[in-house]
Design a protein. Structure first.
Length: 176
């Protein structure tokens, strides 16, 4: 918060989250995660994409995924938002990265929350990279983002979501 002459002024940012699940009652997992986000006093959910049903990705062997995106307004910092997402994942039964490393395999996900964009900010730390570094290579992220923010400009790639989706479509046609 920015302090101005004994006043607290919350600086709010538009944030886009990716949300996904492939374990258990998928619709309930999504609903519970959205409810937990919306219960937070510093978050206002503005819109939610339709959920995309798609096959397992990135080495996971079982269960279809439901993936979508959420547009929200928050005064949380990027790190606070990241920590909140991790707390929600844990509360809903997500296995931590440490547990995945220990088991040496990728696991199904009860819930997965990723910060895709935090306004136009660019952040690169050991724990958090914003914009999400893989979003332009994942159709299950691009399609929901197309629904919410087709004209939003990726601050690093300098292209709109619509342009990134078109590039993705061209790239898969090359290999088809």
């Amino acid at each position: 918060m920015l302090r101005l002459k004994n006043q607290n002024v919350a600086i709010e940012k538009i944030v886009f989250l990716g949300i996904g699940t492939n374990k258990g009652n998928k619709e309930k997992n999504i609903s519970c995660a959205i409810q937990l986000l919306s219960n937070h006093k510093q978050i206002k959910i503005l819109s939610i994409s339709n959920m995309l049903k798609n096959p397992p990705q990135e080495g996971i062997k079982s269960g279809y995924f439901l993936n979508g995106a959420i547009k929200l307004l928050t005064s949380l910092t990027p790190i606070q938002m990241f920590r909140l997402c991790k707390r929600i994942e844990k509360k809903l039964g997500r296995i931590t990265k440490h547990e995945q490393v220990y088991s040496r395999k990728k696991t199904s996900r009860t819930i997965d929350l990723d910060i895709l964009f935090y306004g136009n900010e660019i952040l690169n730390t050991n724990k958090l990279t914003i914009p999400h570094p893989m979003l332009h290579k994942r159709y299950f992220v691009l399609i929901p983002l197309m629904e919410l923010c087709k004209d939003f400009h990726h601050p690093l790639l300098k292209k709109t979501i619509g342009e990134l989706y078109a590039d993705y479509c061209k790239s898969i046609k090359k290999y088809a």
